[in-house]
Ligand binder design. Structure first.
Ligand SMILES: [Zn+2]
Length: 272
């Protein structure tokens, strides 16, 4: 009988046990992350999703895993990555994102003038180019430190209505912290873009490696320079309310393979 039970247990186990990173990060929903097993080859396999290179790391010094960012606009259902000349399928589940209604006194921030629309378009292109950078470095840590200590406020993915008009969904995670609070790099990285943007205000992009990129915005002060290498915990700048913000708070985007994903996943605070 005991032998039978042991046999059943063996059959119930997957071919290889899931590692720590997979358990933590595998949240395959729109705006989430899919972790896919790439096997145990001697050298790192390459992988692409929607034509873009994907983060590949070794888990527990054994198997290679692809950590794929799923854009918020992807519909639930089958998706695939390409690796070593073959397709690897995974399934995207559903997730419900709530609505948020915000009133802005500054109407220009809801319906900008033609001149500001031109500025917004230029700034968007600049930031998209930063998100598309792919450096070979290995992220120092995939379980991120919180950039500030404080309560979470607006979650990622909220459908947003400004003065009743729907605009882009919330691309990051907000923390309710006061102006001047230091913002710390959640992992080591290089400063790849600094700007003062119409919507995002004073902004810093930090490349953690292989397309894993953090963006911090609405800063009151920036404490880094373009090209600077930051250790894990290095101060990026100070919390503020620059750009389109109703008050001081810290807005943090996390991007993988040019897809903005829920930062809560990386700090163990994801809510399905
Ligand atoms: Zn925000």
């Amino acid at each position: 009988m005991r032998l039978f039970a042991a046999l059943l247990l063996c059959l119930a186990l997957p071919a290889h046990a899931e590692g720590f990173i997979t358990r933590l990060l595998n949240k395959p929903v729109p705006g989430g992350v899919a972790v896919l097993d790439l096997g145990d080859s001697a050298s790192a396999p390459q992988a692409r999703y929607q034509g873009k290179p994907v983060l590949v790391v070794r888990e527990d010094n054994r198997r290679w895993i692809a950590i794929v960012g799923i854009p918020l606009a992807v519909k639930a259902g089958p998706q695939q990555i390409e690796t070593a000349g073959r397709a690897l399928s995974f399934n995207v589940g559903t997730k419900h994102y709530r609505e948020q209604r915000i009133t802005l006194k500054n109407k220009e921030q809801v319906n900008p003038s033609p001149a500001n629309l031109k500025r917004i378009e230029r700034e968007l292109a600049e930031q998209t180019r930063a998100y598309q950078q792919f450096s070979p470095r290995q992220p120092s840590n995939l379980l991120f430190d919180k950039p500030v200590n404080g309560p979470l406020s607006s979650p990622f993915g909220l459908r947003r209505f400004f003065n009743g008009e729907e605009r882009n969904p919330h691309s990051g995670l907000d923390f309710a912290v006061g102006a001047g609070t230091p913002i710390k790099a959640p992992a080591a990285g290089k400063v790849i873009l600094i700007g003062d943007y119409f919507f995002n205000g004073r902004t810093v992009f930090v490349d953690h490696g292989q397309g894993l990129i953090s963006m911090f915005c609405h800063l009151s002060k920036i404490d880094v320079q373009l090209g600077q290498e930051l250790p894990r915990g290095g101060v990026v700048g100070r919390v503020g309310a620059t750009g389109r913000a109703t008050g001081p708070h810290m807005h943090w985007n996390v991007s993988l393979n040019d897809a903005r994903v829920d930062p809560a996943i990386f700090i163990g605070a994801f809510k399905p």
